[in-house]
Design a protein around this ligand. Structure first.
Ligand code: AHM
Ligand code: MG
Length: 335
């Protein structure tokens, strides 16, 4: 079998479609290299003294794990000196991270959740890194928060690395979704899936059902119909999976279909859901759409949402198109 490395894919994509300029290629390769380093740390576990809490909280008031902080540092350090970025932002930092003055600046902006699925770190369940790439607005001199507040449709690249039984990088630059498996002996990312596609129909759904009593009526209706199975209104049985790492749940959906949901609920009306728009929902929505699926917040396409702040939260329904459209219609019907 011919092995196509990540580098080769990026270069050929530029040659054939003119879609990955050299700076963007550098950026993607640097992020991929950082993910390799994170994967190495993750796999050391207790032997590397990387498990457990760091003793601090992030801006969302969540307890930070040692690996949240280590992964954040790895991504910042890898990306700040190459000259390809204007600024970075992360789930783990309240404010965005400008490129230090001693380094040249580039035209891209990188956003990431350095280690998604933090609750799974210490129990050896799949976790991941999610990233999103934007272009700095035309004429930007000193970056400010509002430069990051672009709708997800403006992303020029997005992806994640999942640290599971295998470490796999899944990437889109707007021309399909491709997966690269980390060959640890060779230290390289090798393309193992080209053009991943999500089937439009599915019999599998993912939601944290422990929140059921807080759901709004459209979500209750949708889930109760799935639960009713063959003798219910949907006339077929559905299976449920919930890994509690969005990266791992989305990876399953890209591979065999499904719908993933993290809805808003009645607990905190001002807080629409748990997941963050800019560095979780947007990159995952671009990947899912590029693979033929759909992603909404129940009301509109996630990629069309105009963000208003860096750490904004959003309700998420993504995956197999026909299911996402159905639950979105139930929201519209509710008015
Ligand atoms: P994190 O970024 O702090 O890890 O939180 C996001 C994660 C998602 O990966 C996952 O889908 C969700 O939180 C799980 O939430 P819950 O604890 O409700 O199961
Ligand atoms: Mg996360």
């Amino acid at each position: 079998m011919k092995r196509i490395s990540l580098t080769r894919y990026l270069i050929e994509e530029q040659r054939d479609n003119n879609s990955i300029p050299a700076e963007l290629r550098l950026l993607i390769e640097v992020v991929a290299r950082a993910c390799k380093t994170i994967s190495h740390s993750v796999s050391k576990g207790a032997l590397g003294d990387v498990l457990g809490a760091a003793g601090s909280e992030n801006v969302q008031g969540e307890i930070q794990k040692k690996l949240d902080i280590i992964s954040n540092e790895i991504l910042l350090e890898a990306n700040e000196w190459g000259g390809h970025l204007a600024a970075m932002a992360s789930e783990e930092m309240e404010n965005f991270h400008p490129i230090p003055n001693r380094y040249p600046k580039g035209e891209y902006m990188l956003l990431f959740d350095p280690l998604d699925g933090s609750s799974n770190i210490d129990v050896n369940v799949s976790i991941g890194t999610i990233f999103s790439v934007l272009k700095a607005p035309e004429g930007m001199k000193e970056p400010c928060e509002k430069d990051f507040l672009q709708p997800g449709s403006k992303q020029v690249a997005a992806g994640y690395a999942v640290y599971g039984p295998q470490t796999v990088l899944v990437l889109t630059t707007g021309n399909g979704v491709h997966a690269f498996t980390l060959d640890r002996e060779m230290g390289s990312w090798v393309m193992t899936q080209r053009d991943m596609k999500i089937p439009a129909d599915t019999a599998e759904y993912a939601i944290n059902a422990s929140n059921a009593r807080h759901w709004y009526p459209p979500v209750r209706r949708y889930i109760s119909e799935l639960e009713a199975g063959k003798t219910g209104p949907r006339g077929k049985n559905f299976n449920m999976r919930w890994i509690a790492s969005m990266v791992a749940d989305v990876h399953r959906i890209l591979n065999r279909g499904g719908i993933f949901m993290y809805p808003a609920d009645e607990r905190e009306p001002d807080k629409p859901g748990k997941l963050r728009l800019l560095y979780e929902a947007n990159p995952m929505s671009l990947l899912v759409e590029q693979a033929g699926g759909a992603a909404t917040n129940g009301e509109m396409r996630i990629l069309d949402i105009q963000p208003t702040k860096l750490h904004e939260r959003v309700a998420v329904f993504l995956g197999s198109k026909n299911e996402v459209e159905l639950v979105t219609r139930y929201h519209a019907a509710q008015g």
